[in-house]
Ligand binder design. Sequence first.
Ligand code: ATP
Ligand code: MG
Length: 398
Amino acid sequence: FTKPFIEAKEVLNHIENSGYEAYFVGGCVRDLLLKREIGDIDIATSAPPSVIQQIFNKVIPVGLEHGTVIVRHRHQSYEVTTFRVEGSYSDQRHPDKVEFIQTIDQDLKRRDFTINALAMDKKGDVIDLFGGRSDIENKVIQSVGNGYDRFKEDPLRIIRALRFSSQLGFHISPNTIKDMKLVKSEIENIAVERVNNEMAKLFAGDYIENGINYLSNTKVYQHLPIMNEHPDIIKLLPKNMQAIQSFGGVIALFHFLAPTISIKKWVSEWKCSNNVKNEALILNDALLQYKNCGLDRLLVYCLPSNYYQVFSELVNMIFNQIVLIDELVQIDNSLPIKSKKDLAITGDDVRGLFPQLKSGPWIGNTLTKVEHEVLSGNLKNHKIDLKDWIKWNPHVID
Ligand code: ATP
Ligand code: MG
């Protein structure tokens, strides 16, 4: 057992002491067997959600109708889900109804892939009804039960298969691929937010080339927003694809490779958050600036430091050049100003220089030009220098 499991075991113990069964399930068991870093620890139990809410002090009832309660223990969150079987997914989001059951066997059967259908008790004994352990050893992804039926039930599982191939570097069994291809068009019926979430994980996978190959060879991308209208877009992706940690970075890459598709369109068709949108826009500006002027001060000035990593990954993929995070930090440290607010003059100062003019957009535009001069080192950030420069270069107010 590694540390996260030692603390989580206390949660299992507490449930068992109240007279119910509890197991670690899903990705955490898989990742433990793979000696991979553990994401979050999910727990399956025979206790109904009402009991879980009673026996723990800190709970967040996130999905009671699906039997899920988040338990907070020693500042960690655990998703505790009552053993259940699911009805059909007619809204393609949630199963129509879930039925709570007494034993873990049926609960494991509803899970997507054999590698994810493992449970482990507090002693470390693994329940493996579908050969998940040997599939982990053989690095193969395959459906639990009849793949065709399982993908029909929830077509998101098709994208999940691709996502796990990208995260784990596993191959997908030929039968499962065949079933994915048969059902793939039904991906179009599922909520795009669900797809988005899995695709973001696909692009962030350590074995992204594997994931992209499957995405391309199965032609699943033909049923994803935008990619369905631009069937060649996957082929544009660079040969040296690397993990991209954020979906904003993914959009910036696609837009750079296929500029006719606007970032706005990506964001709206993929229903991305505002954060993702802003990130895509900022990264796109930075990439264009890099293409035209290389790594200059203006680029670094406009690039927030939390995007350094993804920017450096994108430059490496697109231009085959290396930009070190340290280089960006050094340039940032040498900048005379960090934002417009640091300029030694304000909009009022600018207006004061030309009392005969009405205020308008020319003030902001002038400040922007001053900002660029200061950044490029042509002008010292002193009030007098800046005012003089504007007075002697009156065209800047045009
Ligand atoms: P990660 O490490 O990325 O969290 P994970 O395997 O834990 O991977 P989750 O999406 O967190 O993946 O799901 C937790 C578990 O729930 C899965 O391992 C799987 O057993 C089950 N599961 C999740 N989504 C589905 C689905 N659409 N159909 C069937 N089972 C699913
Ligand atoms: Mg998980």
